[in-house]
Design a protein around this ligand. Structure first.
Ligand code: ADE
Length: 226
């Protein structure tokens, strides 16, 4: 059972990603709960202000420390978080290993940045882990948070059934997944590899493993280096 709190200035962006498919099922089964909190609830004034100009000048607003600190303090008073995560393009890059580790948590708190980011003092005093989902800049951390929650959520034991088991995903053993086929066995003259239609599970497993290795060598040799 994993509970994830997300602090955001645009909670609407997170309405859909967890409301369908596997994330929906994980929540219905009681294995995952995701709660989005609008940072404006902790705004410093009646203008609902949560950001301000940056000291030293320059374009772009910065998310103020008080609303974030008050939000985190309040949430922390009822839960002990395994990690307080800040989504930011300058964090370490997210991968399957980080997803595996985080999926073992009980409580996670994710902070989504906007504008120029959050005041550095919040990063120093509250954030225990920073995550980037790739070397590009999104307009906010919400879509990145959705990616991370999805990757973690599907790894919680019981969320996937045997057939969709995460054990055979790409990256789980530093290998890409093998090619997959479904009906028809002959699609416009292009045939499914015979081994897959002959029904010998051992040969199928060997073929898939070889295909995985070949794919990884061709497409992602960097994965095989470690
Ligand atoms: N916020 C903006 N860009 C991001 C990225 N690449 N990863 C995580 N959070 C972000």
């Amino acid at each position: 059972m994993l509970h994830i709190d997300i602090i955001t200035v645009v909670p609407e962006l997170l309405d859909s990603p967890f409301a369908h498919s596997i994330m929906k099922r994980a929540q219905e089964k009681g294995l995952l709960t995701v709660e989005c909190h609008n940072l404006r609830k902790w705004a410093i004034n009646k203008h609902m202000q949560v950001d301000d100009y940056q000291f030293g000048g320059g374009a772009g607003m910065v998310m103020m420390p008080e609303p974030l600190a008050n939000a985190i303090d309040e949430l922390q008073s009822s839960r002990k978080y395994d990690a307080i995560i800040y989504m930011t393009p300058d964090g370490p890059r997210f991968n399957q290993q980080t997803a595996n580790q985080l999926s073992l948590s009980e409580n996670l708190l994710i902070i989504c940045g906007h504008y120029k980011g959050i005041d550095e003092r919040i990063r120093q005093q509250y954030i225990t882990q920073e995550i980037s989902i790739g070397d590009y800049v999104l307009s906010g951390g919400e879509l990145a948070a959705a990616v991370v929650v999805d990757a973690i959520g599907r790894l919680i034991p019981g969320v996937l059934n045997d057939e969709t088991s995460a054990l055979f995903d790409s990256f789980q053993d530093n290998l890409l997944a093998p090619p997959v086929y479904t009906r028809p066995a002959d699609f416009r003259g292009s045939k499914v590899p015979e081994i897959l239609t002959q029904g010998d599970p051992k040969l199928v497993a060997e073929w898939r493993y070889e295909q995985s290795i070949q794919r990884t060598k061709e497409r992602r040799p960097d994965l095989m280096e470690d």
